[in-house]
Structures are given as C-alpha cells and as structure tokens.
Ligand binder design. Sequence first.
Ligand SMILES: *[C@@H]1O[C@H](CO)[C@@H](O)[C@H](O)[C@H]1NC(C)=O
Ligand SMILES: *[C@@H]1O[C@H](CO)[C@@H](O)[C@H](O)[C@H]1NC(C)=O
Length: 550
Amino acid sequence: MRSLEFRTTLPLLFLFFVGVAGGSGGQWVVLQRSIGVSAMHMQLLHNDRVVVFDRTDFGRSNLSLPSGGGCRRDPHDRALRLDCTAHSAEYEVATNSFRPLTISTDTWCSSGTIAPDGSLVQTGGFNDGERAVRTFRPCLNRTCDWVEVSQALAVRRWYATNHIVPDGRAIIVGGRRQFSYEFYPKTHPSDMTAVVLPFLRETRDAAENNLYPFVHLNLDGHLFIFANNRAILLDYTKNSVVRTYPTMPGGHPRNYPSSGSSVLLPLEPSPKEAEVLICGGAPAESYARSVLKQKPFLRALDTCGRLKITDAAPSWTMETMPVPRVMGDMVLLPTGEVLTINGAKSGTAGWELAGEPALTPVLYRPGSPPGTRFNPQSPSTTPRLYHSAAVLLRDGRVLVGGGNPHISYDFYGVEFPTELSLEAFSPPYLSAENLASRPRVMVPVSSSPIKLSYGERFILRFTVAASLRRVRVTMVAPAFATHSFSMSQRLLVLETKVEKTEGGAWHAVAVAPASGVVAPSGYYMVYVVNGEVPSEGVWCHIHSDGADAA
Ligand SMILES: *[C@@H]1O[C@H](CO)[C@@H](O)[C@H](O)[C@H]1NC(C)=O
Ligand SMILES: *[C@@H]1O[C@H](CO)[C@@H](O)[C@H](O)[C@H]1NC(C)=O
C-alpha cells in the first residue's frame, strides 16, 4: 500500500522539484545546535545510534551526566578533579535526540573499531586512560553505557590506529612513542605482549610525531600501513614486512600532525586488486612553523596519491584536488564515491595550529577518467578544523560533528569556537530530483538485520519509480572516525544480478563476500544502488556458519 502511494505521488513531486533543488552540490542541515559534547570521536552502531565522545581532561562539558551516574573523581586530572559532566553521548538518528553516557577514563586522542558482535571496542587515550579498553554494547532501551577496564593494554596507546583483523580481534598500531602493535581481546588477560615494529620508529619526525598511521586490510590478509610518506605491507601473524612500497612523490608527511586522510577504495566483486587513496596533509615544515606561531600558516597539500597495493611493483599516481586540505575526513559513500569533508586550508593538526577552514566538501569518483574525478559540493557555514569527525549514516547522509582547536571548551572571543553541533550533509544522490531513481528495499522486520554467510547468494526485493539503470549491491562497514581517519572503513561491491518479479518489484540477487579476509565478520550496511542513487541501507551481519550475531 505504501509503495503504491509512493509511486502515484512521485511524478508530481518530481516535476515540481526539477530545476528547483538543483541537487548537484548536496545539502547541509543542522540537526542539533548543541549536544553538549564536541565530537572528537564518532562511531555508528548497528542500531542507528552514533556514539560520540571527546576527552575527560579539559574541564566541564556542556552536558550533565545521566542522573544517578557517579561523578568522575581523578586526582591526576589536569583541569578538574571532580567532574559531574558527560564527555560522551549517544545520538539517535531516527528521533534526532541524544543522551549522555558515562566515560571515566581519559579518551583523549584514542582509537577504536567495531567487534564482530557489534560492540564498539575502544582503546587507549591519556593519563588514566592510556591503557584502558572501553566497550560499548548497543541497546535499544537507552540504558546501555560504557564498560571500562583500565589496565587492559600492554603499553600506553595515545594516537594509535585500530583495525579489525579477519579473526575478529582488533590490531592496535603505534601511538605516541610506541613503535609496536598489539591485539585486543587478549588470549589471556596476563598477555601483555607488544610486538615491535621498527617501521614506526623509522618514519617518525623530529618531534616524535608519527601518529594515527593509515591502516588498511589487504586482500591477502596482510596490513597496509602508511606512516609519514611511505608504507609497508605487514604480515602481522609472523611480524614480517612482506613488502615495502615506494615513497609517495613529493615526500610530504600525510598522517598526524600533517593529517591528510586515507581510504581503501571500493573493492570489486571477487576482488583481485586493492587500491589505497591518500589525500591532503601538510608540508613537512608546517608543524614546526605552526608551533612557533609563525604566520601565515603554510598552505595545506592539495595532492592525492593512489596506489594499487596488490601490484607486484606498484607506483603512486598523483592527482590534484580543487582545494588544499589538512584534517579532512574521507568517507566512503554507498555509491563507491569518496567524500572529503571538514578540515582547513592551512596549518596542521594541533591546538590553534590551523587557519582558513575548508568549508567545501569534495566528491571523488574513483572510476571516472583522471581530471574529472573531483566534484566540489555546497559549502558548509560551520568551520570544523581540529578534532572534528564525519561518519556515514545508514540513510546515506553523512553526520558531521566536532571541531575544537582549543585546549578546553572555548566559546567566546576565539576565531574558531568549540563546536558542539551536529550537522548532516546530504550528498546529491539524496536530492529531490533523484528521488524517483532511489530504490526502496523491502526487508521484513523479522529478518533484519539480514544474516549472511560468506559466499552466500541472497536476494534484496526492491521497487523503484523511475527506470532502472545499472544496479549494484554495495556493503559498507561502519567506521570509527577520529583525527581525519576512519578506522576499519571498507566498501565492497557485490556481484549482482537483477530479476523482474511479479507486482512490479525487482530482485537484486547478490553474492556475499567470499571470506573474512575480504570482509571481516560483523555488521555492514547493504545498499541497492541504481546508477548513482543508493537505497536506504539495510543492516546485515556477516559471519562464518555457526557464528551468531549478538
Ligand atoms: C556551554 O556552556 C557555557 C557555560 O558553561 C556557555 O557559556 C556556552 O554558551 C554553552 N555553549 C553551548 C554551545 O551550549
Ligand atoms: C536494556 O537492554 C539490555 C539488552 O540490550 C538488557 O541487558 C538490559 O537489562 C535492559 N535494561 C532495562 C532497564 O530494560
């Protein structure tokens, strides 16, 4: 009944909006003026809630702790020893509402990833949080909260990068003055092994910075790790560097504090090739200059490097972005496009170290001919520089939050006041003129989330008002976003066939990824993409036979 109504009213809407909405540049909407916490870290969960958190050592936030929640007492806190404000919140997409969460160890510049059962496993930070592991298990009744274990890591991990590995554990790579990696969960709580990785020592700069390395899981199960201006392929099971990649042309550093960003480009069905894209950053001298407050800040890098990491002898292909950008967030969209959003046009990451907000998001189409891949979008009106984040939502919008270049929350008399707001950026595929092309996937509530086994063929039933174009099913892992890098971000294009069925609906017949190396077990958002227009996503859980979804 609903889909019938939908189809009869659509042509009118369609006519009305043609030429009005434009749609080519996307749209910005402010969702919340303030959630009371600045979104330094963000993670979407498989119940469409987003866990947001900041740090605990800057004083009061603008959000009170849940009633009945105990205040945080920390004799070593730099700012406030008794703190009754919240430094984390849960944002609920469907109702556009939020609630405070209780975090009590310091999450400053920490990291995380989603475990196969859908829990957020989040590690490290500063001070009393530097060896902490915090777990957030999603719930629907708005009562769940963080569970923290304070001495769970082998060494302190501050500015580390996490990535899920095929056996379901998280690997935690590097961190400030940590030239090693470790795993969580541990085989035994007493296992305090950290495996030395000299590459991280070799690539650090004069200020000992070499932080939040870009880590991607390759098709052979090894990890691509990029730090400073070069990369290796690590067989973490043997602690052996199986490949050293060429230095990126230009030689500029690309990770923190020269924070560019990076994605593993969409993987084709039964992938034989994997490609990494790294964009923006800051010249090597930029950090040292910025720290000395030498103005103007140096211009950010405007180049991207693209590398086929599966090639026997790969070389970087360089491209130029329409705007220079440091601290941009790269977000994989359901269509396989890459959105770069947030950041600055000059300076580096760090407190008060950047200027000229990069307000214009840029869409990148990996498959378009070189020279035509970048498409600037409608600018935002809210600067989001250091400590901002962006995550894809299941409905195809991108949730954008944070931005606080100050040591504490600072709202008055500063150039870039602390941002407590949340905004949504709707890419052009959500414009009114694309509404008729948008597939509507019908999944019975009883089979949501869809349970998938590796290599399994499955059917998504959908309708679409306009005509069908090339249809693909894509699968996107919800990523952990902080400091311009989205950890465990991954998009798979699935082998797809379309069949017409009775009643005007279609079946997209897709084949789930073959193994946990291509798609580690866990929750993904599955989309039917019609040409360049994706449906709303549907949650699925992929696992080996016998493993159960939580
Ligand atoms: C946060 O709280 C401070 C007072 O503690 C207030 O001055 C400021 O306007 C608040 N900011 C927002 C965005 O709510
Ligand atoms: C809320 O849901 C969780 C499971 O998601 C359950 O363990 C817990 O007991 C529930 N709490 C209340 C108050 O209903």
